[in-house]
Design a binder for this molecule. Structure first.
Ligand SMILES: [Mn+2]
Length: 238
């Protein structure tokens, strides 16, 4: 099985290096791998499937053409928790529950549920993922949601700036408990923006980085996993 995993692209505009590399990456990899997984925070903020911005249209177009060649699975992150049925219908992607266990024992999650030391974030997450709260947000006009989304991003920046960095990483006990519960041998996640390969006693943990200074992906080829980073300034070539 050949799979490609991405996360935390935080795409903001359709004409940035990150967006162009994302497009090239999906176009090329869709012909080479069996499945593509995007484990949350694909975009910087998703304010609803009716978003009429250029990036929303460009994103849907890229995903639509990719799913014609290769199945694409997407997990909600803490920025794109409003991806809904209209989005999946327009793009052909399949949404995944968080966490998701593959048939070959790989556990996938965005990563934020494991940051249990960050109590204020966990409280916020409960609200953001509450279906009733989401339904109320989606009742607002598109313009109201644009303002709301910008406020949420600003709030995230300022609250994270004042937090000790260790509480924004995954909690070791929570991670171990999750892996034992699912009996998985490998964990792949993002969210923390701390890319790395961690060989734990009884499982491997691969953390994808955010697409800031470079692009990141995790590649599975059978039982081997590699973490790769690449320039966002030059055309993506396999
Ligand atoms: Mn995140």
């Amino acid at each position: 099985m050949k799979r490609l995993f991405l996360s935390d692209l935080h795409l903001l505009c359709e004409d940035t290096g990150a967006f162009l590399r994302f497009k090239e990456c999906l176009q090329q990899e869709a012909r080479r791998v069996d499945e593509i997984y995007i484990l949350g925070d694909l975009v910087e903020m998703w304010i609803g499937d009716d978003d009429d911005s250029k990036i929303a249209a460009a994103l849907k177009q890229v995903l639509r053409s990719t799913t014609a060649d290769c199945p694409v699975f997407i997990m909600h992150g803490n920025r794109d928790f409003l991806f809904g049925e209209a989005f999946t219908g327009a793009t052909g992607v399949t949404m995944l529950a968080d966490p998701f266990l593959t048939t070959d024992g790989i556990l996938l999650c965005h990563g934020d549920t494991l940051c249990t030391d960050d109590l204020s974030y966990q409280r916020l997450r409960q609200t953001l993922r509450d279906p009733q709260w989401q339904a109320e947000i989606l009742q607002k006009t598109l313009n109201e949601r644009k303002v709301f989304g910008a406020g949420l991003r600003a709030q995230s920046r300022s609250s994270n700036a004042n937090k000790p960095t260790n509480i924004m990483d995954v909690n070791a006990k929570a991670t171990q408990a999750l892996m034992s519960h699912y009996g998985a041998h490998t964990l792949i996640h993002g969210h923390t923006h701390r890319p790395g390969r961690h060989e734990h006693d009884n499982f491997l943990r691969l953390v994808m980085g955010a697409w800031m200074h470079c692009g990141w992906l995790c590649r599975q080829n059978g039982s081997s996993f590699s973490l790769e980073c690449f320039s966002l300034a030059r055309r993506y070539e396999i």
